[in-house]
Design a protein around this ligand. Structure first.
Ligand code: SAM
Length: 297
């Protein structure tokens, strides 16, 4: 079992990470300690499993059916726990190998397929908060696996929807996900970066981006680009499943591993104001760590 001092150190590092950030050496120490902690929890579960013996009623004379049921129940619970832990580990491993900042390879594709499903409730919650004049031109930045483009098409069937992403894997997947709409020229997907948007000024009525802004190398420059491509009165909405100040355990883990640059609602508002947006509105969800920010040019 991992000792108390190490657990205390894990907590110290986690607090410091949130408050002021960690040095590279502390990050390495944090990763080593977390790995050791996970190993130790697993070993502990496995050894509990090993000590459980389901008694065979034919083996001994005094058979207690209630005790056997309890042991079987306990054994099944532990097995389920290990199974779900392994499944979570596998998801995390695919995410880390697939690289959400710029999806690559088979794992990148697997991860995007999964995000198409898993981000849907977040995206629906946020897009339900859009009360705007029906848009004719929409841009999805960091379109990933393309599910948000399809979602936007269902909501705004008359619009032409553009998707952009820096990842060739994401471009391929977004096209496949929306192939009929692409053929009808209702959806146009382009490889490129938010830092240099290949569209004319004032072109879009609506710009959205889901789970992407925290990867952008220069957030202010990205916002300036969004401001430029929006028309006057156009709306931007950035959507994320976590923000600085409220995270779920997975984003907390990924923040350290992938260097996510999450911002707090106040920091986001300050950037939007500086770039010139008006009617800036941040919405968070109480029972989740979700948030969106929307504003107008
Ligand atoms: C976590 S994925 C989210 C994908 C999709 N929006 C979703 O919700 O499932 C982040 C996406 O942002 C893209 N991305 C990162 N930096 C970008 C940039 N500078 N410009 C455009 N897209 C970017 C990545 O390639 C990736 O596809």
């Amino acid at each position: 079992m991992i000792d108390k001092e190490k657990i205390q150190r894990i907590n110290e590092l986690s607090k410091k990470s949130k408050a002021e950030g960690l040095t590279d050496e502390e990050k390495r120490e944090q990763k080593a300690l977390r790995d050791e902690y996970i190993r130790s929890v697993r070993e502990n579960l496995r050894s509990q499993l090993d000590t459980i013996k389901v008694v065979d009623p034919n083996e001994i004379g005094t058979f207690n059916p209630q005790a056997q049921e309890k042991l079987e129940d306990q054994s099944q619970k532990l097995k389920d726990e290990i199974k779900s832990q392994n499944a979570n580990d596998e998801r995390l491993a695919v995410t880390l190998r697939g690289n959400p900042a710029n999806p690559i390879g088979e794992d990148g594709l697997k991860m995007l397929e999964r995000m198409n499903e898993s981000h849907k409730p977040l995206v629906d919650w946020a897009l339900d908060g859009l009360v705007i004049k029906v848009p004719k031109t929409i841009l999805d930045i960091g379109c990933g696996g393309g599910a948000t483009i399809a979602n936007l098409n269902r909501r705004f069937p008359l619009a032409t929807i553009y998707g952009i992403d820096i990842s060739p894997v994401a471009i391929e997947k977004s096209i496949e996900e929306n192939k009929e709409l692409v053929l009808e020229d209702k959806v146009r997907i382009t490889e490129g970066s938010v830092l240099d948007l290949p569209y004319g000024s004032g072109f879009f009525d609506l710009v959205v981006s889901v789970e992407s802004y925290f990867f952008w190398e220069d957030f202010k420059k990205a916002l300036e680009q969004i401001y430029r491509v929006l028309n006057r009165g156009g709306t931007v909405m950035l959507i994320a499943e976590a923000y600085k100040g409220k995270m779920n355990p997975i984003t907390e883990y990924l923040q350290d591993e992938l260097n996510l640059r999450l911002l707090s609602p106040d920091e986001l508002r300050a950037f939007f104001t500086e770039v010139g947006f008006k009617d800036i509105f941040v919405q968070t969800k109480e029972d989740q760590s979700w948030m969106y920010i929307k504003a107008q040019k």
